[in-house]
Design a protein around this ligand. Structure first.
Ligand code: CLF
Ligand code: SF4
Length: 307
């Protein structure tokens, strides 16, 4: 990414570095989540190939998509990697404004081999598309080399706390190394994996975004600490999302728009804030504000935008 280190590389007249930075700039300018001004022009397709999750968040009901990235509603259909490739072929041919292929669930992408198979297939056939992924980060340090090899260049990690004592209230349990861990033990492992994973991903040149679920009474006073830490780690953009109150957190009142805006304002000096997220489904495609996955064929044809 265009951090100080890479800029210095470019100044040293290394053509490879220039090419890499040019490619970085293009990918961000065409990414509807990373660049606000791209959201009305460029789209993304989500491939729902990852059903399994390796943690249990207290705001998650497994009947729905991962709410660290999506909003619950109707569960997304699952696709095999081959069917996912066919879907990309079909959708990109009809909607060439789609520049990003993302895997965001319905579980955690890194807990499913299908995620890697799908990126392999799609990356080979569509090298010009940006490969994007969203994860809770538990398996990130181990799986990062594989993501780099496959050409994944934009990565979202959900960081709801950087203090294990707060994190402990958010995760009911995690599954790590074949064991189920709970309480502070689980929170410490999760925290370490997220921090190590983000640091390594930034160093590897991925453009890292974090999603933070704003949970009143649990982490609302802590979001600013997360923003400061993310600046230190070189995170590119932060998306503070409102809690969807379900599961064990069904009794918590979600934040108001005003409360969320105030926190985003506080965090802005540390990390750029994404404010146009639509908490889209794990099988959404099209523009962020115009999900084509659940519109009629007639309307979908009308929306085939040529650029
Ligand atoms: Fe998908 Fe996420 Fe990539 Fe975007 S979504 S994996 S970064 S291509 Fe975007 Fe959707 Fe919000 Fe996510 S609007 S839920 S932030
Ligand atoms: Fe649910 Fe996503 Fe949390 Fe897994 S990471 S428990 S799918 S919200």
């Amino acid at each position: 990414m265009l951090d100080e280190k890479n800029n210095k590389g470019a100044e040293e007249c290394c053509p490879k570095s220039d090419e890499r930075d040019g490619e970085f700039t293009r990918k961000i300018a065409e990414h509807p989540c990373y660049d606000k001004s791209a959201q009305h022009k460029y789209g993304r397709i989500h491939l729902p190939v990852a059903p399994v999750c390796n943690v249990q968040c207290n705001f998650c009901v497994r009947d729905f998509d991962c709410v660290n990235e999506s909003r619950p509603g109707v569960t997304s259909q699952l696709l095999t990697p081959q069917k996912a490739l066919e879907k990309v072929r079909d959708v990109v041919a009809k909607h060439p404004f789609i520049k990003v292929v993302g895997i965001a669930g319905p579980g955690d992408p890194l807990a499913n081999d299908e995620t890697f198979e799908t990126f392999e297939l799609v990356g080979k056939e569509f090298p010009e598309l940006t490969l994007c992924m969203s994860t809770n980060g538990l398996y990130l340090p181990e799986k990062l080399p594989e993501l780099v090899r496959l050409g994944v260049s934009t990565l979202t990690v959900t960081v709801n706390a950087i203090d294990p004592e707060i994190m402990e209230k958010i995760y009911s349990h995690i599954v790590y190394d074949g064991k189920i861990l709970n309480g502070i033990e689980a929170a410490k492992v999760m925290h370490k994996k997220q921090m190590d994973g983000i640091k390594a991903a930034v160093e590897a040149g991925l453009v890292v975004k974090i999603n933070t679920v704003l949970i009143p009474t649990i982490n609302d006073d802590h979001i600013i600490d997360i923003a400061k830490k993310m600046k230190e780690l070189g995170v590119y953009i932060m998306n503070v999302m409102p809690l969807i109150n379900q599961g064990a957190f069904a009794h918590i009142t979600p934040p108001t728009t005003k409360e969320r805006a105030a926190i985003q304002k506080e965090c802005e000096p540390y990390v750029t804030q994404m404010k146009h997220c639509r908490q889209c489904r794990a099988d959404a495609y099209g523009l962020i504000g115009e999900d084509l996955s659940h519109v009629s064929d007639k309307r979908r044809k009308l929306l085939q935008v040529k650029i």
